[in-house]
Design a protein around this ligand. Structure first.
Ligand SMILES: C[S@@+](CC[C@H](N)C(=O)[O-])C[C@H]1O[C@@H](n2cnc3c(N)ncnc32)[C@H](O)[C@@H]1O
Length: 285
């Protein structure tokens, strides 16, 4: 006999919980929504509806992938960031809530200028680039990314979100600054890899599915902040802004780096957990 939607939900939750998957109830609900289009309200109102058997098989096969540690976002294949959907999968970093702080700061600056020229360095899925481009449709946003895999997602996400003002740029941030004229950009924004190399293998198993290249910030985690600031600060116009997302304990070090290259108005913003999550500064010549 086929199962009802409520039974599917409860069984998926129990299987996930039994294998120690955190937030098993949330994951079970997300999977139910993904495969059956049944959100919490539908589950409450129509939980006794018979669940299609083929979809059940798909859902329970997804539950088993989840149990092996595959991130929920990769299973679902799509994730929302600041109101926009992003296609994600192995090979690209899943956009994080933490990154909303940097994206928000970049959006605020972008809307304060009529036709800003913006570059998102280490763009990954394009989460920041696309959100900023949507905030000001008259902006011209370059989304720079080195990983071929990530670039495929970036291009799909530009299309998915009809972000015609975002131009993907395949390049190594440590090598291609000279492809752009000095004084060209109003805003440089970046969420670069910033985890200390030796820390990566100790991170939760879901993170082991994400590309190492998206995480590894070198021995002290600061490699990209140093090299990006050094190679890219001259690309800003006078009055242009640099915005970085930073790791939980990196704010002071990154502020120092910005100071060294002559940035003014250096400031940080906190995330919801109280961590200093962005560092920004203005370049005047
Ligand atoms: C922490 S992820 C951020 C992705 C995206 N901006 C976000 O906030 O979700 C860092 C990104 O930097 C890219 N990356 C790593 N090394 C790079 C390099 N040398 N040049 C350009 N991009 C690089 C990775 O492939 C990854 O997509």
């Amino acid at each position: 006999m086929s199962m009802t939607l409520s039974q599917v939900y409860r069984k998926a939750e129990a299987l996930l919980k039994e294998k120690g998957v955190p937030d098993a109830d949330v994951d079970s609900l997300c999977l139910l929504e993904h495969f059956f289009g049944a959100d919490r309200t539908k589950l409450i109102l129509h939980g006794d509806t018979a669940a299609d058997e083929e979809l059940c098989e798909k859902l329970f096969s997804a539950v088993h992938r989840r149990i092996t540690g595959v991130p929920l976002q990769y299973i679902i294949g799509i994730w929302n960031f600041m109101g926009y959907d992003f296609i994600v999968g192995e090979g690209v970093l899943i956009p994080r809530d933490d990154t909303e702080i940097a994206a928000q700061e970049a959006c605020e600056f972008a809307v304060s200028i009529e036709c800003p020229k913006i570059i998102d360095l280490c763009s990954g899925s394009g989460a920041i680039a696309i959100t900023v481009a949507k905030a000001n449709v008259n902006s011209e946003v370059t989304a720079l990314e080195y990983s071929e895999n990530a670039l495929k997602y970036l291009k799909k996400n530009i299309e998915l979100n009809n972000a015609d003002n975002v131009v993907p740029f395949a390049g190594d941030v440590t090598k291609c600054a000279d492809s752009f004229n000095n004084g060209y950009f109003d805003l440089i924004v970046s969420n670069p890899p910033y985890i200390r190399s030796e820390q990566i293998d100790t991170l939760q198993r879901e993170l082991q599915y994400e590309p190492r290249m998206a995480l590894d910030g070198g021995k002290d985690g600061l490699f990209f902040y140093r090299i990006i600031t050094e190679l890219w600060y001259k690309k800003l116009k006078s009055g242009g802004k640099l915005v970085y997302e930073v790791g939980e304990d990196q704010c002071d070090d990154v502020c120092e780096i910005l100071k060294r290259y002559g940035f003014d108005n250096i400031s940080y913003r906190m995330d919801l957990h109280g961590y200093k999550r962005t560092v920004s500064g203005i370049m005047y010549y």
